[in-house]
Write a protein that binds this ligand. Structure first.
Ligand code: SAM
Length: 273
């Protein structure tokens, strides 16, 4: 029997409940052109269902002690491609090219270690041909990602994720379906990448910096957060709030994605030239 001991340092909480596994699998998009990227297959709880979709599965696992378990379970599947490495430091585009998956639609599936949720999502968003990300995260993070303006969970991560994708909170997952059980509830969310983005690609990194600055100190007003970095911020914001009938004390959390993109175009672009 498998004697692998769950490693805390790699956020190992293995799924053991088949009903939840089936529920996650049912929400994974199907496509004749898909390559599925699985981050952290563990012992293969989700991998099995992914392989059954009869499309290539590129799985990244950091824990070398899981290699033999995974190979023993799936080595007969021709569509199984295991890469024993850290997803965060690996150049994924090279793997995609080397496996000749460059023409395929990329769908990411993962039951993630909680502490690397943000960098993993950030990295996935840069993958060429990315179409969707279906991931298990800490419930609190799921709520933040799918939050609406003027709620306590709404922040920079929300706005940036919503810029790139439509975000659906699919369902909550209780601790007892994992081994070992985590202390908090989890949730499965899905990011469906928007086919067209509002800004030109070469402005997107500047936009990310702008959004982080908007939410830099959550309790401060937008004018306060931006004035130190952008010369014309105060004038632009004062005019804008006036026109929209908003209070000059408005904080970033009150503004939706479209408002923030509009302000970015007026503020950061003007001050850069
Ligand atoms: N998918 C399995 C499941 O649902 O039972 C395991 C999920 S467990 C929460 C997270 C998995 O991610 C572990 O197998 C862990 O070793 C792996 N992992 C952690 N950090 C990683 C990284 N940076 N790159 C690749 N895999 C990683």
């Amino acid at each position: 029997m498998n004697t692998h001991k769950a490693q805390k340092k790699w956020g190992q909480n293995f799924l053991k409940d088949t009903t939840i596994i089936e529920k996650i699998m049912a929400s994974v998009p199907r496509s004749k052109h898909a390559v599925y990227i699985e981050i952290g297959p563990g012992k293969g709880a989700l991998t099995e269902g992914l392989l059954a979709l009869n499309r290539p599965v590129l799985a990244y696992e950091i824990d070398r002690n899981l290699e033999s378990t995974l190979n023993a379970r799936f080595n007969k599947a021709e569509n199984f491609h295991l890469i024993m490495d850290d997803f965060l430091t690996r150049d994924i585009s090279i793997d995609i090219r080397d496996h000749q998956f460059s023409e395929f639609d990329v769908h990411v599936v993962a039951n993630l270690p909680y502490y690397i949720t943000t960098p993993i999502i950030r990295k996935c968003l840069d993958l060429a041909n990315l179409k969707s990300i279906t991931i298990m995260v800490q419930d609190e993070v799921a709520k933040r990602l799918s939050a609406k303006p003027s709620t306590k969970d709404y922040g920079a991560l929300t706005v940036l994720s919503q810029y790139y994708a439509q975000i659906d909170y699919l369902f909550q997952v209780p601790p007892h379906v994992f081994h070992p059980a985590p202390k908090v509830h989890s949730a499965v969310i899905q990011l469906t990448i928007k086919p067209e983005r509002i800004l030109p690609v070469d402005q997107e990194k500047t936009f990310e910096t702008f959004i982080h600055q908007c939410f830099k100190q959550k309790r401060k007003t937008l004018i306060n957060n931006l004035s130190s970095e952008y010369a014309n911020a105060k004038d632009v914001l004062t005019n804008y709030f006036d026109k929209e009938g908003l209070n000059p004390q408005t904080r970033a959390e009150a503004l939706n994605l479209n408002h923030l993109v509009h302000l970015f175009q007026k503020i950061s672009l003007k001050t850069q030239h």
